[in-house]
Design a protein around this ligand. Structure first.
Ligand code: FCX
Length: 435
């Protein structure tokens, strides 16, 4: 057994007592109320999910296992000579809550390398899909196609499964699945955009380093990959991709079914697809202004034109955040270090100067500040990844780290099938009358 699995088993044993005590002794304590506006309005702010993997404070932004982005980047072990941590060490943190030593991180690197071989039928299936399929549809199809590999589903069908050991089968699926995602993502990219010229993984490289290699993009893109996957990993439990993965897993569907479902949610333009939308939107108005960097006045006009045509400004606003997303800031800092003079970065910075004020004047968005998606496409574009349809796959590889850690814990703590109650409009009208 690896150190990660051993440590996790110990943590789970300890944590189960806390969950049981809460349920048995304090199960009736109220933590939230639901208004009519929340029931109609996407359950915004209703506290009804539990996760310890990450927490999103509206004003501070995300903390992973209690650590800010900056702390995560500083404290986690890094490959020799690199600024960004091993993704594998970050997974150790998400699963256990502990910062691993370099040896512990390297043990996960080695374990995942052993699990990383993608079955040939996945490549055959991807090649058989129409080449103009969206990369997210291909990514989701690749994940669900591997469901036959699930040790969780096998254990269930063989009757080996019980409430106490089910997390171990989930853990095996989670590690097996995560280890394959960089190659699947890079395969889709090179199949669609590089004439199906594939680059083999290098067994000596880590998750981020290998992804960059298989994409065919030189360093420091390996650093971008590490940063990007960590930043996009988790955003507590209520966002569409995390919630969907959790919901589907709650029916005891395995990690393959659950992650594919979450990825399908991530593909929506109000969620993960917003990062490609940002680039598409910027390109559109740059074309309109003859390809050059627009003036501030032209930018303001472009923002108003978008709003007046009833569309949202991609990369701005958030359901929970009420300040600039620290994931935006972390990527901005990368840009300031590596590409400060890049025109597209300067344009994105100029948008930061004009959009919040316009959104405030417009008066609808509760949060006028940029989110993670406003900045991420620029970095990809700079390193030659201009096929922005692909950007959400990058988000998806990162997001898998968080949502799969979550469903491992869902099984460990025996969370039941999720089944909120619905009411009819007649009933809401009746509640309103009685209020
Ligand atoms: N531009 C224009 N209008 C916006 C807006 C934006 N960026 N953000 C919110 N609004 C509008 C909403 O459309 C809504 O209008 P309505 O009353 O006519 O329906 C009103 O402001 C109130 O919405 P609000 O409560 O602030 O935001 P929601 O929680 O409903 O939605 C998202 C949050 C993120 C979906 C919304 O801000 C949005 O559409 N942003 C643009 C898309 C985007 O960047 N998504 C990525 C978010 C995230 F980081 C991720 O998941 O990846």
């Amino acid at each position: 057994m690896t150190t990660l699995k051993e440590v996790l088993a110990k943590k789970i044993e300890e944590h189960r007592k806390r969950t049981t005590k809460l349920l048995v002794e304090h199960g009736d304590v109220k933590i939230s109320e639901v208004t009519i506006a929340q029931a109609i309005g996407g359950m915004r702010g209703v506290k009804s999910l539990v996760t310890d993997i990450s927490y999103l404070d509206p004003y501070e932004g995300i903390r992973f296992r209690g650590y800010t982005i900056q702390e995560v980047m500083e404290k986690l072990p890094k490959p020799e000579g690199k600024d960004y941590p091993y993704v594998e060490g970050f997974l150790y943190l998400l699963l256990t809550g502990d910062i691993p030593t370099k040896e512990q991180a390297l043990e996960v690197v080695e374990d995942m390398r052993k699990r990383s071989q993608v079955p040939q039928y996945v490549f055959d299936m991807l090649r058989a899909l129409p080449r103009d399929s969206h990369p997210m549809a291909m990514f989701s199809a690749a994940i669900v196609s591997m469901q036959r590999e699930s040790v969780f589903a096998k254990a269930y069908s063989e009757g080996k499964f019980n409430k106490y050991n089910s997390w171990e089968y989930m853990y095996e699926d989670v590690l097996n699945l995560l280890a394959k995602l960089p190659q699947i993502g890079a395969f889709i990219y090179r199949l669609k955009y590089k004439g199906d010229t594939q680059i083999d993984p290098d067994p000596n490289l880590d998750f981020g380093g290998n992804f960059a290699r298989m994409m065919g993009i030189d360093p420091p893109y390996d650093e971008v990959a590490r940063m990007y996957f960590i930043l996009h990993s988790d955003h507590e439990s209520g966002n569409v991709s995390a919630h969907t993965t959790h919901l589907v897993a709650s029916a005891l569907s395995d990690a393959y079914y659950s992650l594919a479902a979450g990825i399908n949610g991530l593909a929506g333009p109000l969620h993960g697809l917003a990062n490609q939308e940002v680039l598409a939107w910027i390109q559109k108005f740059m074309e309109k202004f003859g390809g050059g960097v627009p003036t501030e006045e032209q930018l303001k006009q472009a923002v108003w034109d978008t709003l007046n045509s009833g569309q949202v400004i991609p990369g701005y606003g958030h359901a929970v955040l009420r300040k600039t997303d620290p994931r935006y800031t972390a990527q901005r800092e990368y840009c300031l270090k590596y590409l400060p003079d890049y025109p597209l970065f300067q344009l994105v910075s100029k948008l930061y100067d004009v959009v919040p004020d316009i959104l405030k004047q417009h008066g609808k968005a509760k949060n006028p500040w940029p989110n993670v998606d406003a900045q991420s496409g620029v970095i990809q574009w700079y390193y030659g990844l201009t096929e922005y349809d692909f950007y959400t796959v990058l988000f998806g590889i990162g997001r898998a780290l968080g949502v799969l850690s979550n469903i491992t814990w869902d099984r460990a703590l025996g969370y039941p099938i999720e089944r909120p109650k619905s009411v009819t409009t007649d009933m809401l009208e009746e509640f309103a009358k009685q209020a």
